[in-house]
Write a protein that binds this ligand. Structure first.
Ligand code: SF4
Length: 334
């Protein structure tokens, strides 16, 4: 097992040592999952958020000046149909944190399940909610839920998210107790974050017994209090992915679009470092512009981009690992 000292060294690895780290990580991924990448399709529900994260252009303080939108249930189901027609069986419903999306989801989730004949993973990413609301989403047919801890340093968390880490972790436990497969995630290279703090993030993923964990390099977005902070280090983010894979081979780890934003070819390197999930964006062009997660010039991942990247990495695409279906038996190739 990797010690904290091992991780500290590996997080700083560059050149030959980094390539050896990635090779070990890939070996671990392939041994546990096979050389396969789980494909998700994301629908961005709304750009309205009640939280005020200092790094995010969709933060509460910006809502009034942003061109806000909420998808209707019909629009969500229409996009889900396109995802299905693309051969993808993981529908990621993601949005700013606001309970206003719940009535729409109440209508949309059962319709999506029906559309897929129940052979679908409904993956939600809509933030902290009350336990009773999680129970309702589970009863409606939710399968899995992403609730990133972002940073395990309670002071830093409070300082940049203006929310407590404790509340976030309590929601994660609620989700697990309700029955969801849960994913967490961290931002690396946050201003004020230490290597020790990142190692705490890695340890926390284990303590929480999550099924998924993402790593995003920090991106200073325009129109935020952190717009002038230095951009994150892709190499560090990639090394965090590799350490997570070595430490917890069972995790689903995405190669996120932020890696591409920091450095061209970043998502390919994410797969090199041991990631095994990619997410294709199915929002309309207009909504992609309004969903300002990293500002207007974010990298939008298309199906063609994912297909060519996965192929050139010598990997195969596969469906949900949480859905039991005929098509998925043996890990279907999409
Ligand atoms: S990062 Fe998420 S929770 Fe924070 S302000 Fe942006 S949309 Fe809201």
């Amino acid at each position: 097992m990797l010690t904290r000292e091992d991780m500290k060294r590996l997080l700083l690895a560059r050149g030959q040592e980094q390539e050896e780290l990635f090779a070990e990580s890939r070996k671990m991924r392939d041994r546990h999952w096979g050389p396969a990448v789980v494909l998700r399709g994301v629908i961005e529900l709304t750009n309205v958020c009640r939280v005020n994260c200092d790094y995010c252009p969709m933060r509460r303080d910006n809502v009034r000046e942003n061109d806000t939108y909420f998808l209707t249930s019909d629009e969500i189901v229409d996009i889900a149909r396109v995802i299905k027609d693309s051969g993808i069986d993981v529908v990621l419903l993601q949005g700013g944190e606001t309970p206003s999306v719940l009535p729409t989801l109440e209508d949309a989730i059962p319709r999506i399940r029906q559309l897929f004949d129940d052979r679908v993973e409904i993956l939600l990413n809509i933030g902290n909610l009350r336990r009773s609301q999680y129970e309702r989403l589970w009863a409606l047919g939710g399968t899995s839920y992403i609730l990133k801890h972002e940073t395990s340093d309670p002071d830093l968390h409070l300082r940049i998210r203006h929310e407590s880490l404790e509340a976030r972790l309590r929601c994660m436990r609620d989700l697990q107790e309700v029955g969801f497969k849960v994913g967490t995630g961290l931002i690396s290279s946050l201003p004020g974050q230490t290597l020790d703090s990142i190692i705490d993030d890695i340890e926390l993923a284990g303590e929480l017994s999550v099924d998924m964990c993402s790593v995003s390099p920090f991106i200073p977005a325009p129109n935020t209090p952190m717009s002038l902070s230095p951009i994150g280090d892709n190499e560090l983010a990639l090394n965090v992915i590799a350490c997570l894979r070595l430490r917890y081979p069972h995790l689903l780890i995405p190669s996120v679009s932020a890696l591409e934003r920091v450095g061209g070819g970043g998502q390919s390197r994410g797969l090199d470092a041991g990631a095994n999930v990619m997410t294709v964006n199915f929002s309309s062009a207009g909504d992609q512009e309004r969903y300002l997660i990293y500002g207007k010039d974010r990298f939008v991942v298309t199906l063609d981009h994912v297909r060519s990247l996965v192929r050139s990495s010598g990997l195969e695409l596969r469906g949900s690992v949480f859905v039991e279906s005929e098509a998925m038996k043996g890990g279907a190739v999409i």
